[in-house]
Design a protein around this ligand. Structure first.
Ligand SMILES: [Zn+2]
Length: 133
């Protein structure tokens, strides 16, 4: 696992603040684990309905990790060509790099299906961006 000094929080071109690599990260490397509070999915969704930024990760069919007050990994923005991915193991949400990531790059994950009721425009700007996630 990489040390926290490998990451920096900076303004993002995608959305608000994002998480950036300060050093080169090898492929398939575990970056760390998303922190948050486990809550029943239905109650968590109810609370988050009115929010613009949703920070919920479903960890099984009953529970979601609410990362509203989570660590730096809760700042991972969405990209349709993400350089990181999340792996859920026993209700823990781990963050891994896909390929090698250059120093200075913003770290992103593909949110997949969003919980926003009316969808959310994507601004990742990569070729093949799905525009609405
Ligand atoms: Zn996109």
């Amino acid at each position: 696992m990489l040390s926290d000094t490998t990451f920096a929080v900076r303004p993002s071109r995608i959305h608000g603040r994002g998480l950036f690599a300060t050093a080169r990260i090898p492929r398939r490397m575990k970056l760390g684990e998303l922190s948050g509070v486990l809550r029943p999915i239905r109650a968590a969704n109810r609370d988050h309905q009115q929010r613009r930024v949703i920070k919920l990760v479903e960890v099984d069919d009953r529970w979601a990790l609410d990362c509203t007050d989570g660590n730096h990994f809760s700042l991972l923005n969405h990209s349709c060509q993400a350089n990181c991915y999340l792996r859920i193991i026993r209700r823990h949400v781990e963050v891994y790099s896909r390929g090698p990531i250059r120093a200075g790059a913003e770290l992103t994950v593909d949110y997949g299906e969003t919980m926003h009721p009316d969808g959310m425009g994507c601004q990742c700007g990569v070729a093949g961006c799905r525009s609405l996630i």
